[in-house]
Design a binder for this molecule. Structure first.
Ligand code: BGC
Ligand code: CA
Length: 344
């Protein structure tokens, strides 16, 4: 997820973090058209989230200048590059002796200084959390990040299929991915495949659901699949203009929310021996993908089991918030033709 910094400076900045068992990775993206020798990013990390009012051994302050000079970090652990609208700073910080794992919390603050603004005007850096700007001495006002497991990922292969609810042979080129029940021992599940061509995303969702019920009032209480898209992949805790929810019932009745609309969807559903097969083509609306691009995707299978019993299967997001929060979606990568594995 991309987080925006605050402050009344002319430019703007945001950051993203990733982790593995060796390092914490930070990418800061600064929008500042005019390069100045004093443009810089300050990164403050409280590795044990001790929130102490003075620095301890685990606390780090790294200064990286837009010119590429750094203080407080090893030579090879950072990289600066100019972008169209400004510059990006990328660095990693080793965990040292800390056993980082999912759920672990780290104190973090980031400050971005526009060198061009510091002469005549008062100094107004952008910052994430500590508005008193005492990050150099005090870690107690840093923000906190929590390490989360890496989302699942799947690939969309390049190709065009006919939307008729029959599985074209071309679908066998797409690697299947499973949409599983959360905690329940019974209920519908599905196997999905993805394909793309131009501005279209194709999905084939093979649902196992022996008892099909579609006569409820709420569309999500009917046997149905839901497709969630976060085209700009900002993983926001709310829906943005690019985020969409498409729901297709086992009777091929579609419902839409967010940026989803009937004009963007062509779908077909066929009953199978074990349930139903959904084939859909969705027109992407804020992304014309190229090989290597990604978007946020999730799939949800709604299963009405009769007798008031309702189950849900999901691909990555284990919450029931996918319809208004894109932060837990899985990741779909658009793969080019040249990258088909040989022999398939
Ligand atoms: C959820 C429902 C929610 C609906 C809104 C579904 O994905 O499961 O709880 O009310 O979306 O459209
Ligand atoms: Ca989005």
């Amino acid at each position: 997820m991309s987080t925006t910094l605050k402050g009344d400076s002319s430019g703007s900045a945001s950051f993203r973090t990733l982790w593995d068992h060796s390092n914490l990775y930070i990418l800061v993206d600064v929008q500042d058209a005019k390069a100045d020798v004093n443009d810089r990013v300050d990164i403050f990390v409280d590795l044990n989230n001790g929130k102490t009012t003075s620095y301890e051994a685990d606390d780090r302050h790294v200064i990286i200048k837009r010119s590429g000079k750094a203080e407080g970090t090893e030579q090879r652990s950072y990289h600066v590059r100019e972008t169209k609208a400004g510059y990006q700073v990328e660095l990693f910080i080793p965990w040292g002796g800390i056993q980082a794992g999912s759920g672990y919390e780290v104190g973090l603050d980031i400050r971005v200084t526009d060198g061009g603004a510091s002469g005549t005007e008062p100094h107004h850096p952008l910052y994430w959390n500590d508005r008193t700007q005492s990050q150099e001495q005090d870690t107690s006002k840093y923000g906190v990040i929590q390490l989360a497991p890496m989302p699942k990922s799947a690939q969309a292969v390049q190709g065009i299929v006919h939307i008729d609810g029959k599985k074209d042979a071309l679908w066998n080129k797409a690697v299947p991915f499973e949409v599983k029940r959360l905690n329940q021992s019974e209920g519908a599940e599905a196997v999905a495949r993805a394909m793309w061509s131009g501005e279209y995303l194709y999905l084939l969702i093979d649902v196992t659901d022996p008892n099909i019920i579609t006569d409820r009032i709420n569309p999500w209480d009917q046997d149905s699949v839901e497709i969630f898209l976060d085209e700009n992949h900002q993983r926001t805790p709310y829906f943005q203009y690019d985020d969409a929810q498409f729901r297709i019932s086992a009777d091929n009745v579609a419902t839409f929310a967010g940026s989803a609309s009937p004009g963007r969807l062509v779908s077909a559903v066929k009953k199978t021996n074990k349930g139903y097969l959904v084939e859909a083509r969705i027109k992407l609306h804020s992304l014309t993908p190229k090989a290597g691009n990604v978007l946020g995707l999730d799939l949800q299978i709604n299963d009405n089991q009769g007798g008031g019993k309702q189950n849900v299967a999901k691909w990555n997001d284990t919450t029931n918030e996918s319809w208004r929060n894109t932060s837990q979606y899985g990741i779909l990568t658009f793969v080019g033709k040249e990258r088909y594995p040989s022999g398939t």
